[in-house]
Design a protein. Structure first.
Length: 143
């Protein structure tokens, strides 16, 4: 059975990704989840969950910039806040490379220790009205 060209290219990309030096990765997010309870009634019973962030994974290497793009309400800000530990994640790992060590931020419970890491991280919230001109194509905006 022959492999399709897309499968072959995907396997080549996986091979290249696996060979990436782990020292180059400064932020690794693995299977991040942030679910909020839906409560109702005077007894405030949990009747369900809103999956604001569900199974997000990515790596950022030194010198790279990540742009998280999506429609309003899709969980972009929640993802950033969860990575920064401004919200306690439901599940997943956030590994931050600092001083040659990988630290799992999801295990840090001390506020002062977490502040040390937050000084090295930054979220930049974009104002869509000042950044996206509906009269321009995406190519013109980012090019």
């Amino acid at each position: 059975m022959h492999k399709s060209k897309a499968i072959e290219e995907s396997e080549e990309m996986d091979d290249k990704f696996d060979k990436t030096k782990s020292e180059d990765i400064i932020l690794s997010v693995k299977n991040l989840k942030m679910h909020f309870p839906v409560v109702k009634g005077s007894l405030r019973r949990n009747v369900g969950w809103v999956k604001a962030v569900d199974n997000v994974s990515f790596d950022i290497k030194e010198g790279e910039t990540l742009g998280l793009v999506g429609e309003s309400g899709c969980g972009k800000s929640t993802c950033g806040r969860t990575i920064m530990r401004l919200l306690k994640q439901t599940d997943g790992k956030v590994l931050f490379g600092i001083d040659g060590k990988k630290v799992d931020l999801s295990t840090i419970n001390d506020k002062i220790e977490m502040q040390k890491f937050r000084r090295k991280m930054q979220i930049i919230f974009q104002d869509p009205f000042s950044s996206l001109d509906p009269r321009m194509t995406v190519r013109d905006i980012i090019g």
